[in-house]
Design a protein around this ligand. Sequence first.
Ligand SMILES: Nc1nc2c(ncn2[C@@H]2O[C@H](COP(=O)(O)OP(=O)(O)OP(=O)(O)O)[C@@H](O)[C@H]2O)c(=O)[nH]1
Ligand SMILES: [Mg+2]
Length: 297
Amino acid sequence: MKCGYVTILGKPNVGKSTLINTILKQKVSIVSPKPATTRIKIIGIYNDDRGQIIFIDTPGFEEGKNEMGRFMLKSIYSSLEETDLILFLIESTGWTKEDEKILSVLKKMEKNNVLLGINKIDILKFKEELLPLIDESRKKFNFLEIVPFSALKNKNLDSLLKAIFDHLPESERFYSTDMVTNLPLEYQISEIIREKILHKTFKEVPHSVAVEIEEMREGEKNKEIFYIKANIIVDRENLKSIIIGKDGKMIKNIGKLAREEIEFILKRKVYLELTVKVIEDWRNKIDVFRKFGYGNI
Ligand SMILES: Nc1nc2c(ncn2[C@@H]2O[C@H](COP(=O)(O)OP(=O)(O)OP(=O)(O)O)[C@@H](O)[C@H]2O)c(=O)[nH]1
Ligand SMILES: [Mg+2]
């Protein structure tokens, strides 16, 4: 039996979280078309007859622009030290400067346990374009293997899983087979709310938002209903009105989408109360973003 840790590494938006969700057939990590969606290390556990893979989804690798960003980067480095395998992702459209930068870090760390995943092959018009890219990649670094796939369209993920199992150590499973993620329920719920906000906002707004669960309990009168009170935190006063929207339309819409998904996970009716709060420059306040669950290494 094989078992071990696989850290997924790559620039923002390359499809790390999508890959984990597709393999686990469950949303453990939120996804959005905006870069820098993931903020913490998220663990997703995959099991089959061959053994167990513990995937670690990391935030997109980029220079920390604020305290939170620097903490995110630190947490990526610590995963790279501890993991059995590194799955480095690039896009099928070719190597970018950002990819090269990540590769230089792997070289500097003298890593010899790196698989290269080429994601988003569905956007290629001609599949022949892959061969030169694979050749070019092989010349750049001593990857254990190079596997092209599409995380979104679930293409060639069998080959990826095979490559991972081939290179994992022999071991019994670390986690019981019914465990899919390490995320506490409270954090899963706050991430679902944040995901809906990410899909509805633009430019700097998505990055400025955090979600904090203030209260989570059974309804007082009606025990069937689960009551959740959450605060949407923004880092500037003028973003408050964007989140609330004209006549409160935006926040209502975010609340409805989030509630439906939370009800699906909890398998019960939910009453979700959302409030918008301003905490000036929260991404530079360590004790604040730690409280939201970010920056825990
Ligand atoms: N066409 C296509 N799009 C994909 C594929 N995989 C992911 N995407 C899209 O790419 C965008 C980013 O996906 P994420 O999974 O959030 O990317 P990430 O690497 O986790 O991003 P960060 O958390 O910001 O670092 C989303 O819009 C996905 O739907 C793929 O195989 N094909
Ligand atoms: Mg992500």
